[in-house]
Design a binder for this molecule. Structure first.
Ligand code: URA
Length: 212
């Protein structure tokens, strides 16, 4: 699909998505953070949901998460601008500390993920990647459509998924979420190996003629 058509379709998608969530959560305004990057990239990264800094800048994976992502991209020898980066949930899931009134991140609820899935699939259908990298369990479960699947079992092992319907398939490459490495240092070497495997996989795509 032509780049300008993709950009137009993404703009329409954003407006429809905004209207959808404004209707559903009419008592609390949700600031939506959409995907960004090269809409023609054969590689798309899908995270869980934006955090505080992402919501302020209205860009995915900035601030601390962006630093983790930079290290990730360094290993893959890719620039952020060359790929497309998005999240399953487009708004920040947060909880309020009763005592201090401060907000902190929380994992998205099943309802939030279920409401977000169709929007992610439409976004991916427009971009049309060959490989989708899921970062963490939420993206893995949402993209595979399998609630029982666990990142610990399938990390680093690509498998085919349907994007939205049976007509369009892509390869899903599951990775641990970069943030989980901070809390579970024992995963660092596994994560590194998975990234090296992803690099080989991505290089193969380039050899097959898909520009990255
Ligand atoms: N920031 C994002 O945009 N997504 C995540 O999954 C984590 C941090």
């Amino acid at each position: 699909m032509d780049r300008s058509i993709k950009l137009n379709q993404l703009e329409t998608l954003k407006k429809e998505c905004k209207r959808f969530f404004t209707d559903i959560y009419h008592d609390t305004e949700k600031i939506l953070v959409f995907g960004e990057g090269d809409v023609d990239s054969p590689l798309v990264l899908v995270g869980e949901a934006p955090g505080e800094q992402e919501t302020i800048e209205q860009r995915p994976f900035v601030g601390k998460a962006g630093k983790n992502l930079d290290e990730f991209l360094e290993i893959l020898k890719l620039d952020r601008e060359d790929i497309y980066i998005t999240n399953v949930v487009k708004f920040r899931p947060f909880k309020v500390n009763e005592k201090t009134g401060r907000l902190s991140n929380r994992p998205p609820t099943k309802e939030e993920v279920d409401l977000s899935r169709a929007w992610l699939m439409r976004e991916l259908k427009i971009i049309g990647p060959k490989v989708v990298v899921s970062l963490g369990n939420t993206a893995l479960k949402t993209l595979s459509g399998r609630r029982d699947i666990k990142i610990g079992h399938v990390h680093g092992k690509p498998f085919e998924i349907e994007i939205g319907d049976k007509e369009y398939r892509a390869m899903l490459f599951p990775l641990y979420h970069p943030a989980s490495i901070i809390y579970r240092r024992e995963l660092a070497s596994v994560y590194r190996e998975d990234l090296e495997a992803l690099k080989v996989y991505v290089d193969k795509i380039i050899c097959l003629g898909h520009k990255l």
